[in-house]
Design a protein around this ligand. Structure first.
Ligand code: KG4
Ligand code: ZN
Length: 368
């Protein structure tokens, strides 16, 4: 495949992306920006390796990435029908994340870049999530991003490539982590989110009333640890809990999280309007928790109420993948040449360094 020129002479780049920052080994080939196309998007999840431990074990993750990454890259290249001559650059996650996995991916990418004589782009994993909606939808800057995954829970104002302001974040557990911990204490399997959602569908949401943490305070920060503790207290009182009680507790938990996210989304949209009065607000949701239908519905309702666009990229691009990394590489390269050969992989890498001081360590490092 050769580079495609468009009418306006914008160069189309073909970029190989690599993602290894958590428990997915992924490679993808993406074209853009003039003619956006995902040529391949290969992902291998390690969930089976981690399930028995009830969470991601960093050493197991790093070893699994080493074992399979070469094959995943070859698959992505084959599926795209590309040889190295067709690739303009290699983009790989350089952080934040579990450092063992990040090193495997970024060093492999450097080796490929060196051997094939291509430029390398070190991508911030969060920037990958932040820019995905510009690959899947027609979306201009600025916009709002709500990132809700196992390691991250934050509202970001995305003003441009490399130009982010974190408007609010969790002060304790990430939302996916809260789902996973809740599932664990109710005896449901890992990863907990989908199981909590399935149980919640059978539950009576009115039986328990769990708190909506921090909603009495202004700003966009969130807290989920107290919610989980309140749920544990209720469960303890009723021990041994039967199936229906588990379902009712899941329904109450999911409703609390949805309410908190919807309320914070309304405030985020208000803030956006004061900052950018001439722009119709758009809110993008990304991360594994975005799979939750009740949460999606309440975010959609909050956006509609505020006359804002609501964008949820397809699930396979919302959760960790390499197409978003390749695309972030394209977004950076379109602004000028990039050479990140001397960049080192990093476990922590906030998008908004001015706002970095949040305590705690999540599945993927700091709860940024
Ligand atoms: O984005 P992701 O695939 O990986 C990272 O953490 O980066 O997100 C995984 C998280 C897990 O905590 C999982 O329990 C949660 O997303 N999750 C869900 C649902 N599906 C996945 N949480 C709530 N409801 C779901 N349906
Ligand atoms: Zn992620």
């Amino acid at each position: 495949m050769t580079s495609v020129k468009t009418d306006d002479n914008a160069t189309n780049l073909t970029v190989l992306g690599i993602e290894t920052s958590c428990d997915e080994t992924a490679a993808a080939v993406v074209c853009g920006p003039a003619h956006k196309q995902i040529l391949s998007n290969t992902i291998r999840s390690q969930i089976d390796e981690h399930t028995e431990f009830g969470g991601v074990v960093p050493e197991i993750a790093a070893r699994a990435h080493i074992e399979i990454l070469d094959r995943i890259v070859a698959e992505a290249m084959n599926e795209a029908g590309c040889g190295w001559d067709d690739i303009d650059a290699i983009a790989a996650t350089a952080g934040p994340g579990l450092i063992g996995g990040v090193i495997v991916g970024f060093m492999t990418a450097k080796a490929i870049a060196m051997a094939a004589g291509k430029p390398i782009v070190g991508v911030n994993h969060l920037e990958g999530h932040a820019l995905t909606a510009r690959l899947t939808d027609d979306l201009e800057f600025p916009f709002l991003l709500l990132l809700v995954s196992g390691g991250h829970s934050q509202f970001l104002l995305v003003r441009g490539v490399g130009d982010y302001e974190r408007l609010g974040t969790t002060i304790d557990d990430a939302i996916g982590e809260a789902f996973d911990k809740t599932a664990k204490l109710l005896g449901l399997p890992y990863p907990g989110g989908p199981h909590v959602e399935k149980m919640a569908a059978k539950g009576d949401v009115t039986r328990f009333r769990l708190p909506r943490p921090l909603l009495d305070r202004p700003g966009l920060d969130m807290s989920f640890a107290g919610l989980k503790t309140a749920l544990r207290t209720q469960a303890k009182k009723l021990e041994p809990v039967d199936e229906q009680t588990i379902a009712d507790l899941c329904a109450a938990f999911q409703r609390s999280v949805s309410d908190v996210l919807a309320a914070r989304t309304r405030s985020a949209l208000d803030l956006f309007r004061t900052r950018h009065p001439a722009v119709k607000p758009a809110i993008v949701v990304a991360g594994g928790v975005a799979a939750n239908q009740e949460i999606r519905n309440s975010l959609l309702a909050a956006a509609e109420e505020a006359d804002a666009r609501f964008i949820a990229p397809p699930m396979r691009l919302c959760t960790d993948n390499a197409a978003m990394i390749a695309w972030a590489g394209i977004e950076r390269l379109r602004l000028g040449p990039v050479d990140d050969m001397s960049l080192s992989p990093r476990p922590r890498w906030p998008l908004d360094p001015a706002n970095a001081g949040v305590l705690g360590a999540g599945k993927k490092g700091a709860k940024v």
